[in-house]
Ligand binder design. Structure first.
Ligand SMILES: [Zn+2]
Length: 255
């Protein structure tokens, strides 16, 4: 299977889906990791080009740990908009990756970049098989054969704007890949000082572990990552991600 994991910033996929991506990679699925931006505003120490270069390197080093390819879509922080040119760019990313399965940001989350990423990816999945939809890219890739399966990762903190729990459809047991998830996120060393200063987070690795433990607790396991399958018509509704992982690693929370 070809899997595309696409989220807003370098480190988001590691935090919300790193253990699951490591599980999929270990099963020899082809895995492409894309961030919409290079995280150009995630610093108070470096200029935008400098931090972007650092963070692209960090994201690539993280992807290499599970044998995934990494690329940045080169949008910019807090400047992702769900508009016509952006949708065509994201559609071209999909057509080049040709995924059977897409994992992206949730539709409701704490930051506009996450929400716009979710929206752009959802709509690009819908339109990518349509031959009359042209991306305008040089050497444009052909349309997809079909709409890929679409899954949303957890929001930050596992809650909506009001702090209300967002219950995933299912939680993936990532106990066996948690060390890999930790090592992947640890590649994003540039974020340590930034998250202390701007987010008041003592240690971003510990914060990630707390989130992973909290999602695990929902399912009665130690360490977990939650996902929801997009239920919109006419996206495929067979449980592909659950099947790829297998019943021993998937705890269903909602029908
Ligand atoms: Zn983010």
């Amino acid at each position: 299977m070809r899997i595309l994991a696409i989220h807003a910033h370098p480190d988001d996929l590691e935090i919300f889906a790193g253990g699951t991506l490591a599980l999929l990679a270990a099963r020899d699925h082809s895995l492409a990791i894309v961030t919409m931006t290079p995280g150009d505003c995630g610093t108070s120490e470096y200029g935008p080009e400098e931090i972007s270069e650092i963070r692209r390197r960090e994201a690539a080093a993280s992807a290499v740990l599970i044998g995934a390819n990494y690329r940045c879509a080169e949008f910019r922080d807090l400047a992702i908009f769900s508009d016509d040119p952006s949708r065509r760019r994201v559609c071209e990313i999909l057509r080049r990756a040709r995924p059977d399965l897409v994992i992206t940001a949730p539709p409701v989350d704490y930051l506009c970049d996450h929400e716009r990423t979710s929206e752009l990816v959802r709509d690009a999945c819908f339109i990518a098989p349509a031959p009359n939809y042209r991306t305008g890219a040089e050497d444009a890739a052909p349309p997809l054969e079909a709409i890929p399966h679409l899954y949303f990762a957890d929001p930050e903190g596992g809650t909506d704007y009001d702090g209300v729990l967002v219950v995933p459809d299912f939680v993936v047991d990532v106990s066996s890949t948690f060390q890999t998830k930790w090592r992947m996120l640890a590649q994003h060393e540039s974020q340590r000082n930034w998250l202390i200063k701007h987010h008041g987070v003592d240690n971003y690795l510990v914060m990630m572990e707390e989130l992973t433990r909290a999602r695990g607790r929902l399912a009665g396991i130690e360490l977990g990552e939650g996902f929801r399958r997009y239920k919109g018509h006419p996206y495929p509704q067979t449980p592909l991600l659950e099947e790829l992982l297998g019943p021993e690693l998937v705890v269903a929370l909602r029908g």
